[in-house]
Design a protein around this ligand. Structure first.
Ligand code: C2O
Ligand code: CU
Ligand code: CU
Length: 522
């Protein structure tokens, strides 16, 4: 099925001469200084791409920012990436959303030291979608991404090409990240120590594509495809056009939707992507569109949650702020039309799942001041029976953001101990060390799933009412945002490769603290 399989991981520092790569490039992670602001330069870490063989335009530098190159590939292509680590610490690159063998997935056990090279060789098996790549060393993913290491990995296929969607200059990346800088223009991270780790780090300004000026310059008379990636460490967004124009969504994570969807706003969790259709045909030259993150209730409980965003950060999670300014300062024309039908085969049939009525359940909750999954934290190669699945099966997984207690009352763990109603929550909110709950963006490696259902019966109504119109539960996805009290049922198929892969919370501080586990396909 796949010729790059059967490649022993000990050989990952050398190339396989039998692997015929359509695209062969070096990806070097290194420390450098860039001019982000006037005055002092900023020390960042960045990925630099260098095509050795293949079409040079497929690895595109994104402006002058720190973000990694955009890599554009097509389903069926074979690619070789020679990752060179020139950072002062260990690292490894993960291809977020991509269906690749274990040794090409960027598992933390595969980290390489400074000066070493890791060779990835895999075939693009994914369908058209907006994927991305970032480091994945255990305990250091947060700081490495924060320092600048991330890039888009865009896949196209025949089905997408037939739709004649906006391409070239009309296919525009919009990577959203928050950062904080000190008076010398240097990045600030985890400046509030343990509280930042527990909550996730929030910066106090938004960068678009690694640029602090938050502007895009587009043409009147044209239609665009904007590819949004939430590349933030822990911040998530309620995206909306300021003038009330609906957002037209054509894709989510690993696929185009069946058909375009109009939304008043979209909740974009950490690591999630949406493809947005933007029609500027009737917008005059000289006008502007502003995208904001609208206010919502993130529902963070307990002492630390309560303190978050009060006074200490001028861009609290869930407040209203500007994300992006689009200056329509040029004029042009193109004839891209929004198709009414987009992608086919966007669903797995629940009847084919081996555990349809008895899903595997994974609870995300805090236990003994630790973020856990089913009460467990990270083990490098550890995997349990309940995390082991069979190749060539389809399963339903239930992901639950509920359970546990903060102060180590193990007997209170599970449904019984959870704060089930508003009164309980209000009591706990005022209590030091009371139950703490937070949104968790669930992500699984190696595959794309469908969302079968989102159960919000356990979600506080203030939270739910502030976000309820913002979810896109269609198409193929690899990351899903769970608000406190929420649970989702996902359907997924394990195919092509056996191996050890990850699932975790994509709040990078939670992930680094150990809210991450292996699952095994055998
Ligand atoms: Cu963006 Cu483990 O992933
Ligand atoms: Cu991933
Ligand atoms: Cu989390």
């Amino acid at each position: 099925m796949n010729s790059c399989n059967g490649f022993a991981s000990e050989n990952k520092n050398t190339i396989n001469p039998d692997f015929q790569a359509d695209l062969d490039f070096e990806l070097t992670a290194k420390e450098t200084d860039i001019q982000l602001f006037q005055g002092n330069t900023t020390k960042v870490w960045m990925f630099e791409g260098n095509v050795l063989d293949g079409d040079k335009t497929t690895v595109q530098k994104l402006g002058k920012s720190y973000l990694g190159p955009i890599i554009r590939v097509r389903k069926g292509q074979k690619i070789r990436v020679r990752f060179k680590n020139q950072l002062p610490e260990e690292s490894i690159v993960h291809w977020h959303g991509m269906h690749v063998p274990e040794e090409d997935d960027g598992h933390p056990k595969d980290v390489i030291a400074n000066g070493e090279t890791y060779v990835y060789e895999f075939e693009i098996m994914n369908r058209a979608g907006t994927y991305w790549f970032h480091p994945h060393p255990h305990g250091r993913t947060g700081p490495q991404v924060y320092n600048g290491l991330a890039g888009l990995f865009v896949v196209t296929d025949d089905e997408e090409q037939r739709l004649k969607l906006p391409s070239g200059e009309y296919d525009v990346p919009v990577v959203l990240q928050d950062r904080q800088f000190d008076n010398n223009n240097q990045l600030v991270y985890l400046n509030r120590g343990r509280m930042d780790r527990m909550n996730g780090f929030l910066g106090n300004r938004i960068l678009i594509n690694g640029n602090p000026d938050m502007k895009l310059s587009l043409k009147s008379g044209c239609a665009y495809r904007l590819r949004f990636l939430n590349g933030s460490n822990s911040r998530f967004y309620k995206l909306a056009w300021e003038d009330g124009t609906p957002l037209v969504i054509i894709g989510k994570d690993g696929s185009l939707l069946d058909s375009p969807k109009s939304k008043p706003y979209v909740m974009l969790g950490v690591a999630e992507r949406i493809d947005v259709w933007l029609d500027l045909k009737n917008r005059p030259q000289g006008s502007q569109m502003i995208m904001k993150s609208l206010s919502f209730s993130p529902g963070m409980m307990g002492m630390m949650g309560g303190m978050m965003g009060r006074g200490r950060n001028n861009l609290p999670l869930g407040s209203t702020y500007e994300i992006l300014k689009i200056n329509i300062d040029k004029t042009g024309s193109n004839d891209f039309e929004l198709p009414q039908r987009l992608a086919e085969f966007n669903k797995l049939d629940p009847a084919t799942a081996v555990n349809r009525n008895n899903p595997r359940t994974f609870r995300f909750f805090m236990r003994r001041m630790q973020w856990t999954i089913n009460g467990r934290t990270w083990e490098m190669t550890g995997v349990t029976e309940e995390e082991t699945v069979k190749l060539n099966t389809t399963e339903v997984w239930e992901i639950v953001n509920r359970g546990g207690r903060m102060m180590g009352n193990d007997d209170m763990m599970g449904e019984r101990g959870w704060m089930r109603n508003r009164g309980e929550m209000d009591r706990d909110r005022g209590m030091m060390g009371g139950g703490m709950q937070m949104p968790h963006p669930f992500h699984i490696h190696h595959l794309q799933f469908n969302i079968l259902e989102r159960d919000v019966s356990g979600v506080d109504s203030r939270i739910w009412n502030s976000v309820k119109d913002g979810f896109i539960d269609e198409g193929w996805q690899d990351t899903v945002l769970l608000m406190p009290g929420m649970s989702v049922k996902l359907i997924m198929r394990f195919e092509d490769f056996k191996g050890l892969f990850l699932y975790h919370c994509h709040n990078l501080e939670h992930e680094d603290m150990g809210m991450m586990r292996n699952f095994k396909i055998e």
